[in-house]
Design a protein around this ligand. Structure first.
Ligand SMILES: N[C@@H](CCC(=O)N[C@@H](CS)C(=O)NCC(=O)O)C(=O)O
Length: 212
C-alpha cells in the first residue's frame, strides 16, 4: 500500500472529507496540520501544486484539488460507485456542491474573520441567496434515492462524504444553522445517516476539535 500524506490547515473545512474518506476506507493516513507560518514558507517554495491546500502526497506524488483527491481515494477503496454512470452522477452532485461553496465564499471569508467586512450584510446578500438556490438541488436528489445515499447506491459513495462533511462545515458557520434542516429535512436525514456510519465512529471519537 502506498504512503498517503495529507497536508491541510488545522481545521475541518475542505480537508475533512478526505480524512473521513480514508477512515471509512480503512486506509492509514498521515494527517499533517499545516500552521499559517509554515504555509507562508510553502507558498514561497511552491510546495503545493496550485499554491493551495488540501494536497495529498501518494508516495511523494502530489495531488491537489479536494474533489480530485476524494475521487481517487474513493476509486482505490471501491467507494466511487458500482459503475461509471453512477460515479458520474455522484461527481455531478459533488461538483454542484463545490459550486455552492464558491458562491458563499465571499461571506465565509468575512464571517470567519479572514478579511474585514460586514458579515451580517453578506449573510443576507451572498449566503442566503446561494443557499436558497443550491440546497434544493440536493434535497431533490435525495427525494429520488431509495437508499438515502445521494447516488442511490446501497453503500455510500464519495458524494455522501463530500456533502455531509461540507454540511457539517456549513453548520459551524451559519448563525442560524438549526434552520437548515427545517427547510431541507432529507438533507438532515442524510447528515444523521452519514454521521452514524459504523466505519466513521472511531475517527469521530478521536478527531481534534475545530472551530469549523
Ligand atoms: N478548489 C480548491 C480550493 C483550494 C483552496 O482554496 N484552499 C484554501 C484553503 S480551504 C487555501 O489553500 N488557501 C490558502 C491560500 O490561498 O493562501 C480545492 O477544493 O482544493
Amino acid at each position: 500500500m502506498p504512503h498517503y500524506k495529507l497536508s491541510y490547515f488545522d481545521v475541518r473545512a475542505r480537508g475533512e472529507c478526505i480524512r473521513m474518506m480514508f477512515a471509512i476506507g480503512g486506509v492509514p493516513l498521515e494527517d499533517v496540520r499545516v500552521q499559517l507560518q509554515e504555509w507562508e514558507g510553502m507558498v514561497k517554495n511552491k510546495a503545493a501544486p496550485f499554491n493551495a491546500l488540501p494536497m495529498l502526497e501518494v508516495d511523494g506524488v502530489k495531488i491537489a484539488q479536494t474533489l480530485a483527491i476524494l475521487r481517487y481515494i474513493a476509486r482505490e477503496t471501491g467507494l466511487a460507485g458500482p459503475d461509471n454512470l453512477t460515479s458520474a452522477l455522484a461527481d455531478s452532485l459533488a461538483d454542484q456542491y463545490a459550486d455552492f461553496v464558491m458562491a458563499y465564499m465571499p461571506w465565509h471569508v468575512v464571517n470567519a474573520g479572514f478579511i474585514p467586512g460586514d458579515k451580517d450584510a453578506l449573510y443576507d446578500s451572498v449566503y442566503l441567496p446561494a443557499r436558497t438556490k443550491h440546497l434544493p438541488f440536493f434535497e431533490a436528489a435525495l427525494k429520488k434515492s431509495t437508499t438515502g445515499w445521494f447516488a442511490n447506491t446501497p453503500e455510500l459513495t464519495h458524494v455522501d462524504v463530500f456533502i455531509a462533511s461540507h454540511v457539517e462545515w456549513l453548520m459551524a458557520l451559519d448563525k442560524n444553522a438549526d434552520t437548515i434542516f427545517e427547510d431541507f429535512p432529507l438533507l438532515g436525514a442524510h447528515f444523521k445517516k452519514f454521521f452514524a456510519h459504523p466505519k466513521l465512529q472511531t475517527y469521530l471519537k478521536e478527531r481534534p476539535d475545530a472551530r469549523f
